[in-house]
Design a protein around this ligand. Structure first.
Ligand SMILES: Nc1ncnc2c1ncn2[C@@H]1O[C@H](COP(=O)(O)OP(=O)(O)OP(=O)(O)O)[C@@H](O)[C@H]1O
Ligand SMILES: [Mg+2]
Length: 361
């Protein structure tokens, strides 16, 4: 019987960045400047360690796999390590059984990393199509293939009618699309997408998700896609499995069902309103039986947004929640009971609320 090989296997992967300590803010720049410069030149600068990844163990099959986590939790660092762009300080990563350090060349042919906001690497004096053709040349792709592939990718991203524009004429979202287009020209078995929908409008984000789903599940263009995102829609719509990463550690990994199971039996009180203060989660989180609170602002200038309160006793606390909001002068527009979503489960697991996502006892 043949052995089923994992697409990506990470064992005990850690990564620490060493960064120079900043100039103390209390010092008068003029007086100490030459001293600092001297120390810098002589190499005596103090170093600070940032633990980006802390003992990561992960097994990714041929599937669409999501990585979610707050800012600076280590998502990009992990994806870069999977692609061989960064090396881990310790631990081992295998791509289809090939070690990313010892078999770097093989791994680079298997994996393609598509980073976000990398549009600065484009040539601003070339058009959209010329830029993509240039990168295709670097990738060593055949001309006949390149033409149709660029058409397909630009068409999917809604950029065909702007293909002859210079890059500097594009909006920020269009440049993000260009960055994705460049990534998608290559067809490697494994595609790593780092926050691909950031900066895209909702319809473009949906089109991209549709494209990825069809490319993997129907056309079999890619065997494995690993996608990091802050947008739970990406994860819900696309992923078979998801890992939640926090402060460089995987704190939960499983199918979407398994993640949502962690909030099974709980309900959500959703309040829409305005004049919502920034510390609303802290205030509502103090109410007994509140498991976690999350607020999503839609218009920060008037504090308008939706507050979602996760609880096991909605009937008992709904009055307290409403009273607490009225007491802080919040204007309530609507109130409803809802079932917990993947995002509620994520918030509970990450524990953004004051009490670390746990019911008070
Ligand atoms: N080249 C670098 N030099 C120093 N520190 C770095 C470097 N790259 C990343 N880090 C640090 O490593 C940590 C993880 O960063 P990373 O970019 O992987 O986070 P992330 O989860 O992708 O965040 P975001 O959601 O903001 O994109 C952060 O604290 C970051 O400051
Ligand atoms: Mg990142």
């Amino acid at each position: 019987m043949g052995v089923i090989m994992l697409a990506i296997k990470a064992s005990n992967v850690s990564k620490v960045f060493k960064v120079s300590k900043l100039i103390p803010s209390s010092s008068t720049f003029g007086q100490v400047h030459w001293l600092i410069s001297l120390r810098y030149i002589l190499g005596f600068r103090e170093k600070r360690k940032i633990i980006a990844l802390n003992n990561i163990n992960l097994e990714i099959d041929e599937e669409i796999f999501g990585i979610v986590g707050p800012n600076a939790s280590g998502k990009t660092t992990l994806l870069k390590i999977f692609s061989g762009l960064l090396l881990p300080d310790s631990g081992k990563v295998e791509v289809y059984g090939h070690d990313i350090v010892e078999e770097e060349k093989i791994v680079k042919r298997l994996v393609n990393f598509v980073g976000s906001a990398r549009w600065i690497t484009f040539d601003y004096h070339l058009t959209v199509r010329e830029n993509l053709e240039f990168f295709s040349l670097i990738y060593g792709l055949e001309k006949s293939y390149v033409k149709s592939r660029i058409n397909e990718v630009l068409g999917m991203l809604g950029l065909l009618d702007r293909q002859d524009d210079y890059v500097w004429r594009l909006s920020a979202g269009m440049r993000q699309k260009m960055s994705i287009a460049r990534g998608l020209i290559l067809e490697t078995p494994i595609l790593l997408l780092d926050e691909p929908t950031t900066g895209l409008d909702p319809l473009s984000a949906r089109d991209l998700r549709d494209y990825i789903r069809i490319a993997v599940k129907e056309k079999k263009l890619y065997r494995t896609v690993v996608i990091s995102s802050h947008n739970m829609r990406d994860i819900e719509d696309l992923c078979d499995k998801v890992a939640i990463i926090h402060k460089g550690r995987i704190i939960k990994c499983g199918t979407l069902d398994e993640i949502i199971r962690s909030v099974r039996g709980l309900s959500v009180i959703e309040v829409e309103g305005y004049n919502i203060p920034y510390n609303v989660c802290e205030l509502i989180g103090r109410i007994y039986d509140v498991v976690s609170v999350n607020v999503e602002f839609k218009d920060e200038s008037i504090g308008r947004g939706n507050i979602r309160v996760l609880t096991d006793s909605p009937e008992r606390i709904v009055y307290k929640v409403v009273k607490a909001l009225i007491d802080i002068n919040c204007r309530i527009l609507s109130l409803k009971m809802d079932k917990p979503t993947l995002n509620d489960a994520y918030m509970k697991i990450i524990g953004v609320n004051l009490y670390g996502g746990k019911t008070r006892s």
